[in-house]
Structures are given as C-alpha cells and as structure tokens.
Design a protein around this ligand. Sequence first.
Ligand code: SF4
Length: 189
Amino acid sequence: MDSTLLNIHAILPRSRVNGPGLRLVVFFQGCLRGCEGCFNPATHSFEEKELRPAASLLEGRMAPGVEGITVSGGEPFLQPRGLRELLAAARARGLSTLVYTGFALEELEAGPLMRECLPLIDLLVDGPYRMQMPEETLLPRGSTNQRFHFLTTRYSLADLMMPGRVELFISGDGTVKETGFGSLTRTVL
Ligand code: SF4
C-alpha cells in the first residue's frame, strides 16, 4: 500500500521541552486557526513545504535515547490519514506519542478520520493557544486553557515538568533557532 504524503514544516531530531524525556518533534505544515500570538506562524500556510511519506518518515532519523515523538504544528489533524500512519509507525517502534492540536478532544471524537488517530496517542494536548492565559510553569503547553488528555497509561502529570520552556539550537553558521513554549529570538522552527 502506498504511504500517504505528509506536508511537513520541520523535523527536530532531539528536544527536551516538547514533552517527556528526549523526543523527536515533527511540525506539520498548515493551520486555519490563526491564534493571536501563535509561536509558529510560519506553519500556517498550506503551501507544499516538504512532502514525505508518513509511514517511513522516522526511518534513519531516530537519535539514541529518544523515547518518543511529538507531533506539533500547524494543525496535525488536518492531515489525519498521514498522521495516523506516522503514529502507527512510531508505535511499531515502541516510541511514545504526544500530539498537540487546536481542536478539542470532543471535536476529534466526532470526526471519523480524526477519531482513528486517537488510539495511537499516549498524550493529547488540546485546544487553541490563548495569549491572555499564558502557562507560566514548566508544563509543556502554551496556555492554561489547553488540556492534557492521558489516553493511555504511559504518562501521568508527574512526567510533564520540563527542564525549561524554550530550547535554543545554534548551527555552525551562527543561525539561532528555538523551540518550546515562549520566544527569545522569534526565529522558530
Ligand atoms: S492552532 Fe497552533 S499552529 Fe494553529 S494558530 Fe493556533 S497555536 Fe498556531
């Protein structure tokens, strides 16, 4: 069976601020929500950024010590077939799965394709970003309206305190990029 193509904004091979432990982060391209103050506006456009087969996206990318994948955006559930294939591939490797979405869990449960992704997710963080309600602890979410749904027993709230809110990456040419829940430079992945 041919794998669904995913439109990807970026892949971060190692992060410690996008969920429990060391994680590979996949940023999907495309979001319609337009949350005021969104940390990653470059993901909103639906232009073809980088098309990759979902089922093989993780091949050759897993750094030692990575315990799971985080899917962020953009809006992952606007590419539900590819999201499901990616999550299934992660599960097949024994990796944990965390997905961020602007939808509410109840909306995902009402959509047939979106609902099929839910059994493959360990932790879902739902709801749009509200800049008037900033998260100020080390919990991995942008605003306090966003809910943590532990859809399996793999994680609990005790696993969610991050070592920081923002992580910086400095490349050989001096370019600085960042990820996490806040902004020091406004040059985000
Ligand atoms: S749902 Fe996420 S990616 Fe989309 S606008 Fe809101 S914060 Fe940004």
